[in-house]
Design a binder for this molecule. Structure first.
Ligand code: NAP
Length: 449
């Protein structure tokens, strides 16, 4: 792990590693935040005295449960379910559910930890949490996914509530899964408690623009970073990893601002389309037919599919990692810098390794950490909760305007905080510090609980 920690923060990192053995991603996420907090504890030593940093690193509650279900052939499967209710100083726990075979407690804790600061940065009254399962929805029939979701919710429902804990989607959990989860919650509780889950369908309590929000938000944030150096998206070559929810809508918004997204990927490889990505084709492939990205190249002559190598080899002005954690390594960062990348903004959570982040920042590449740049999704989830609470529904345009204003607000908060601490342009430090201080102050105000 990269830079040295402030001496007062070192024991905290040791404590976290000792308390949470084998959870490498969680250790990485904690280290990355602690790296930014040196100037904060120098300025305000009472955060150390009140042990608020240790408290923030310890989830309020961790729930692990068995999820039994039966496949279409009649075989029984046993998966493991998780919900980590990390911090509720600012509001009810809020954060997505991830269904992916790589899920274990360390992944959920890293995501939940990041979520605390991200949710704080949105300015909305939401705490941090995350959940999921090692279930793999890929290749499963709708009925199998439904039975899994029903079994998962049969245990999870007792921990949820619009004022208690409000999950949403993440990798492997989209509109279909949220529908099955909400249906089971409604059946068990006999309550139409719309605010208990976000990412719902539009006809049953969902918010317009929630689907688009994370991807659009990444682009709004990046646009602010570019504006600050007198530039913009117009004419820029953009490379986006992933081809899921975040990636697709980042491509859509970048295109609408005049950029030329030319590459995207899935876990099987990447495509390069020098004519610019055909968004309609991509949406049909990924959102309707749930196909593989290789099929994009089969259907479009200007595109080629690459099954080995890295999408970060494709020269670009703006890189948006929107797939998964630790997907952009040191060697990729070196290549991006060599190819003249101007900005990297994280759509995924922690997609850039610490060593890669150091290389990009040392080369003066504008760098947006995910906890700031991908906060548009959860911010719009909070807008969905507002609409549910008031039994109202807003137009797409109004919600998108709110999202854009929130992303601009996050950018200015992050940039101003970085300047205030003598680190202008360091958006990693700005995001960590601004996110942390708000939560820490609330925790101190609420007493030792
Ligand atoms: P998604 O719809 O499930 O899409 C994930 C995409 O990433 C898929 O194209 C997937 O390809 C690809 N991918 C996953 N693992 C990969 C790997 N090891 N190598 C290459 N590609 C890989 O998920 P999503 O909602 O877009 O989420 C993407 C990231 O954004 C995650 O880090 C998530 O935590 C973060 N995020 C999401 C939201 C949101 O609102 N959805 C909000 C904030 C942050 P395959 O289909 O082949 O697996």
């Amino acid at each position: 792990m990269s830079a040295a920690l402030h001496p007062k923060l070192l024991p905290i990192r040791e404590f976290v590693i000792h308390q949470n053995p084998g959870e490498a991603e969680f250790h990485q996420a904690v280290h990355e935040v602690l790296q930014s907090l040196g100037p904060v504890v120098d300025r305000q030593p009472d955060y150390i005295e009140a042990r608020v940093i240790e408290a923030i690193c310890e989830p309020e509650r961790q729930i692990i449960f068995r999820v039994p279900w039966v496949d279409d052939a009649g075989s029984v499967h046993i998966n493991r379910g998780f919900r980590v209710e990390f911090n509720s100083a600012l509001g009810p726990y809020k954060g997505g559910l991830r269904f992916h075979p790589s899920v274990y407690l360390g992944i959920i804790k890293f995501l939940g930890f990041e979520q605390i600061f991200k949710n704080s940065l949105t300015g909305m009254p939401i705490g941090g949490g995350k959940g999921g399962s090692d279930f793999d929805p890929k290749g499963r029939s709708d009925n199998e996914v439904m039975r899994f979701c029903q079994s998962f919710m049969t245990e999870l429902y007792r921990h949820l509530g619009a004022d208690r804990d409000v999950p949403a989607g993440d990798i492997g959990v989209g509109g279909r899964e949220i529908g099955y989860l909400f249906g089971q919650y409604k059946r068990i509780t006999n309550r139409y408690e719309a605010g208990v889950l976000t990412g719902k369908g539009i006809s049953w309590g969902g918010a317009l623009a929630r689907t688009e929000a994370t991807g659009y938000g990444v682009v709004f944030f990046t646009e602010e970073m570019l504006k600050k150096v007198g530039s913009g998206f117009d004419g820029k070559r953009v490379v986006v990893s992933g081809s899921g929810n975040v990636a697709i809508y980042a491509i859509e918004k970048a295109q609408s601002l005049g950029a030329k997204p030319i590459a995207c990927s899935d876990s099987g490889g990447y495509i390069v389309d020098e004519a610019g990505i055909d968004l309609e084709l991509l949406k049909d492939l990924k959102e309707v037919r749930r196909g593989r990205i290789s099929e994009y190249a089969e259907r479009r002559s200007s595109a080629r599919f690459v099954s080995d190598g890295s999408i970060w080899d494709v020269p670009c002005d703006v890189a948006l990692p929107c797939a998964t954690q630790n997907e952009l390594h040191e060697a990729h960062a070196v290549t991006l810098v060599k190819n003249g990348v101007m900005a990297v903004a994280e759509g995924a959570n922690m997609p850039t390794t610490p060593a890669a982040t150091d290389i990009l920042r040392a080369a003066n590449v504008l760098f947006a950490p995910g906890k700031a740049s991908n906060a548009g999704g959860v911010a719009t989830s909070a807008l969905e909760m507002q609409q549910n609470a008031s039994r109202d529904s807003w137009t797409f345009d109004y919600t998108e305007q709110r999202l854009q204003a929130i992303m601009e607000g996050i950018f200015h908060n992050v940039a101003d905080t970085a300047e205030d601490y003598g680190l202008p342009g360091d958006y990693v430090a700005g995001a960590n510090i601004a996110g942390f201080v708000k939560v820490a102050d609330a925790m101190i105000a609420l007493g030792i609980v």
